[in-house]
Ligand binder design. Structure first.
Ligand code: SAH
Ligand code: SF4
Length: 355
């Protein structure tokens, strides 16, 4: 079954030719089906990004989550990418050349882990949904398979990165999230060195993550988003439960691979988190953490009803330059697909139970 679903990307029990025909018939008669979340709507951006509404059915309802395809990755993840290049798997010498009829040479898929989110970050559109439900491991891995299939990705040849940064908080759906990673690594054949999971700082989740064996552990990104507990508690109320020091202490338990770094994501909110003194404070905080780390800056993407403003390009540049001057490796994550509501923190709107 795993071979059929995750290697051959079969969506119909009748096509599971790895099982004998009489067995397939018996399974069908007993009511078994096979399948995966289905792409039911596609939004295409001028920059090549595609946002998908992916339908996840259970016995009672069909809900949609969002998955995003970003050809050529995104600016901020470039740091991730060049890094994995150094340590990740390489093309086998002498193997057939990559088919060149693709419009992209590498790509990143942004994957959802829950329908909605319970965390309530004040700047995030997904928060407005509240948590509808957890996705199953099959639904999380299935989103990826649906996109690989649509894009004709050749696993093992094409450079595809996964970021678990879509709707939801992966570490509040920990068991299903990690089960999905194991499916994606062991059955689909993707490398955990090309995967990054982002968390808002769920300490018990990070504790568990620290125990994962390296052969299935993705890279870790922490949504820092503020220079200190006071400001972070305002923009991310969850900080009152798990403050910055508790998060850092737990992140230190993760046994990083050689050259691996932890990413700190930092959303720049105009006037609230994007000032020069904020940059200095962030640099101090990151340096004092003692962690091999880098910072991914994200200019806030607007959404209806969210009371923040986008930072000016000058503020973004000033912030970046200060971090670099203070010795912190810093990347700027380019917004992708803003015109189709696919950029960070813009995934929301599309939860219409159809059954
Ligand atoms: N729940 C996880 C992963 C999904 S959010 C987490 O919070 O880390 C992925 C990233 O998008 C986070 O770093 C978050 O801070 C950021 N983000 C959320 N809303 C945003 C917005 N409106 N503009 C830019 N980034 C945003
Ligand atoms: Fe949830 Fe992440 Fe959005 Fe916060 S930023 S509400 S944790 S999806």
């Amino acid at each position: 079954m795993a071979e059929a679903l995750y290697r051959q990307w079969v969506t119909d029990l009748e096509a599971v030719t790895t099982l004998p025909q009489p067995l397939r018939r018996r399974l069908a008669e007993a009511g078994w089906t096979v399948g995966r979340p289905e792409i039911v709507q596609i939004f295409q951006s001028v920059d090549g990004t595609e946002r998908y509404l992916v339908e996840c059915r259970d016995a009672k309802t069909a809900e949609t989550v969002e998955t995003v395809w970003m050809p050529e990755g995104d600016g901020g993840e470039a740091g991730e990418d060049s890094e994995t290049e150094a340590s990740g798997p390489r093309d086998v010498p002498g193997s057939a050349p990559k088919s060149r009829n693709k419009a992209w040479s590498r790509a990143t898929i942004c994957v959802s882990s829950q329908v909605g989110c319970a965390v309530n970050c004040q700047f995030c559109l997904t928060a407005k949904l509240g948590l509808q439900r957890n996705l199953t491991a099959g639904e999380i891995a299935g989103q990826v398979v649906s996109v690989l299939n649509r894009q004709g990705v050749e696993v093992g040849r094409d450079r595809v990165n996964l970021v678990f940064m879509g709707m939801g908080e992966p570490f509040l759906n920990y068991a299903n999230f990690m089960a999905a990673v194991r499916l994606l690594v062991r059955e689909v054949g993707l490398s955990p060195q090309r995967m990054t999971v982002s968390t808002s700082g769920i300490v018990p989740g990070i504790e568990q993550f620290a125990l994962e064996p390296p052969d299935v552990r993705p890279h870790l990104a922490i949504s820092l988003n503020a220079p200190n507990d006071r400001v972070r508690g305002e923009v991310m109320p969850i900080n009152r439960k798990w403050p910055i020091a508790a998060i850092l202490e737990t992140v230190r338990k993760v046994r990083l691979r050689p050259r691996e770094r932890v990413t700190f994501e930092y959303v720049l909110l105009s006037g609230a988190t994007d000032r020069l003194e904020d940059a200095r404070e962030v640099a101090r905080l990151v340096r004092r953490s003692g962690l091999p780390a880098k910072v991914n800056l994200i200019a806030w993407n607007p959404g209806p009803g969210i009371p923040y403003a986008m930072p000016s390009p000058e503020a973004v540049e000033r912030f970046r330059a200060q971090l670099i001057a203070d010795g912190v490796p810093t990347y700027l994550r380019q917004p992708r697909g803003r015109d189709i509501y696919a950029a960070c923190g813009q995934l929301k709107r599309t939860v219409e139970p159809t059954a």
